[in-house]
Design a protein around this ligand. Structure first.
Ligand SMILES: Cc1cc2nc3c(=O)[nH]c(=O)nc-3n(C[C@H](O)[C@H](O)[C@H](O)COP(=O)(O)OP(=O)(O)OC[C@H]3O[C@@H](n4cnc5c(N)ncnc54)[C@H](O)[C@@H]3O)c2cc1C
Ligand code: FES
Length: 259
């Protein structure tokens, strides 16, 4: 398991609640897949003692980027890290998304900061010539900050927000079934960030027989499979089974997860 000090090249607030961090990864001799995550020591202080998991938002030749929501103590501490300071990161960890080389168009359904996890997939899809259609759901228009990033990778982005009264699950279902499916033939569905939207993605994937994947989020302790803090249930051949999100996931087949 790799843990090392990476130089922080940028750590900037990009909206009221979100921060964007870029770190130097020249010392990292390992490929990073979309959906994989890093376990990050948020500060040099004793508290918070545990690291926090963040998935990769963008992967570049010698840098990786994170988009994070300042939620509690750990991410608050992270926001104080200044450029040119170092950060202790462990990773890349976990099972990432599977992107089929034959997929022509994929649908990404992201809620809130779930887009941070799906954005790296949009990047990988772009590089292999797979078109992305993205539904971005957020509280406010200000929280839709990754929309331009995704459009830069050629994605068709549909935004829904509480602010505009468009984010109800029934509305998103209508958008998928009546608009997106009418316009595009979707080969795979990927989702992250909301139980309600993930249930919808699961239902739609099953109804229309489209394979899908979900990136799960659970509290983590070790991120190495030892503490079982991150256990979640999935169903395989009718049998409910406990899995560790840090090792067996965070990405799982959509049809297997119990939401
Ligand atoms: C594999 C993985 C990838 C992730 N990627 C990102 C990312 O790219 N960007 C991002 O902003 N966040 C991401 N998260 C969520 C992020 O890890 C949590 O928001 C963060 O740990 C919160 O830490 P904190 O100390 O700021 O807040 P805490 O004080 O620990 O928690 C604040 C609130 O958030 C809840 N919470 C804490 N951790 C989690 C969690 N893992 N899942 C659900 N609720 C939680 C707590 O119950 C509490 O209500 C990811 C989580 C996982 C498991
Ligand atoms: S976080 Fe310890 S087993 Fe997953």
């Amino acid at each position: 398991m790799k843990s090392y000090q990476a130089v922080v090249l940028l750590n900037r607030q990009v909206s009221k609640r979100y921060w964007h961090m870029i770190i130097d990864t020249t010392k990292l001799n390992s490929p990073v897949d979309p959906g994989q995550f890093f376990h990050i020591r948020c500060s040099d202080n004793q508290s918070p003692f545990l690291r926090r998991p963040l998935s990769v938002y963008k992967v570049n030749d010698n840098t990786i980027e994170f988009l994070y929501l300042v939620k509690g103590l750990g991410t608050k501490e992270m926001s104080f890290i200044e450029e040119n300071e170092t950060i202790d990161i462990m990773g890349p960890l976990g099972e990432g998304f599977h992107l089929e080389s034959t997929a022509r168009t994929i649908l990404l359904v992201a809620r809130g900061v779930g887009v941070a996890t799906l954005a790296a997939l949009a990047q990988a899809a772009y590089f292999q010539g797979t078109h992305c259609v993205v539904i971005l759901s957020a509280r406010t228009n200000e929280d839709l900050l990754a929309a331009d990033f995704l459009k830069g990778f050629g994605a068709d982005v549909y935004s829904v927000t509480e602010e505009e009264g468009t984010s109800a699950v029934e509305n998103v279902k209508g958008l998928i079934v009546n608009e997106i499916f009418e316009k595009f033939k979707i080969d795979n569905i990927y989702t992250c960030g909301s139980k309600r939207l993930s249930r919808l993605a699961q239902e739609v994937a099953e109804t229309y027989d489209i394979p899908g994947e979900i990136a799960l989020e659970e509290h983590m302790g070790c991120a190495m499979g030892a503490c079982f803090a991150c256990v979640s249930d999935i169903k395989e051949e009718g049998i409910v089974k406990s899995v560790r999100v840090c090792i067996e996931g965070p990405v799982f087949p959509l049809r297997k997860v119990l939401l």
